[in-house]
Design a protein around this ligand. Structure first.
Ligand code: DX5
Ligand code: ZN
Length: 216
């Protein structure tokens, strides 16, 4: 299982200590970029990602919650991202999504697509053989600390079944409301990667990461 803590919930007055804990205990860092338009919240610019990059070799998983993912993909690729995941809802246009996926691959990064809870997976079937990561939102994007939406289980099972039936290998990553109460069901439904923000950073990072792993 890939653990990808969302640094939206990190305590930035203790950055180096918390980053050390992440370096020793998890596989990925999930970096939530919000522009104040696509979602009603504003987070990090590229200099923050560069600060992470200088102090970690972990895979930096960048989740763009922005109106203009094309612009932001360049910015965060240059800053040191390993993956760029953008929202289908920013375009609602398959050809535009494919063009951006191709551009991200052209920068030698992993490319991913994300959908909000209200968007049908069926709309983006033509993208599934082109992506490396499917980031399924299990809360409305915008804020950490929300409750996991149970509807996500059927969607995870669908993505897993589709992947197997079509011989694809995208990573199924679940984002929002993940904790030690639901992680087992999320993983057994087919998730490969868990984003967890408030659960990991609320208390001891090492213990919380271990608690999630025990759910496997
Ligand atoms: C929400 C973000 C998530 C969020 C997860 O818009 O994409 O990554 O920070 O936080 P928790 O785990 O607290 O729901
Ligand atoms: Zn996220």
């Amino acid at each position: 299982m890939i653990l990808a803590p969302s640094v939206l919930s990190m305590h930035y007055d203790d950055f180096m200590n918390e980053l050390k804990q992440l370096n020793e205990n998890v596989e990925w860092i999930h970096f939530d970029v919000m522009d104040g338009h696509f979602v009603p919240n504003l987070t990090f610019g590229p200099d923050i990602l560069k600060a992470f990059r200088r102090n970690t070799d972990l895979f930096m998983d960048v989740h763009l919650m922005v109106d203009d993912p094309d612009f932001f993909s360049d910015v965060f690729a240059k800053a040191g991202a390993d993956s760029i995941v953008f929202h289908y809802e920013a375009y609602r246009d398959i050809d535009k999504c494919i063009a951006l996926i191709d551009k991200i691959h052209g920068m030698y990064l992993k490319a991913g697509i994300s959908i909000k809870p209200g968007t049908a997976i069926e709309e983006i079937i033509p993208l599934l053989d082109k992506i490396d990561i499917f980031l399924l939102m299990s809360v409305e994007p915008g804020f950490g600390g929300q409750k996991f939406m149970e509807e996500a289980y059927d969607r995870i099972r669908f993505l897993k079944k589709y992947k197997e039936e079509h011989g694809l290998d995208y990573i199924i990553e679940i984002d929002g409301g993940v904790n030690d109460q639901n992680a087992h069901d999320i993983i057994s439904s087919g998730a490969d990667a868990l984003v967890a923000g408030s659960f990991v950073f609320n208390g001891n990072i090492k213990e919380n990461a271990a608690r999630l792993r025990r759910c496997e």
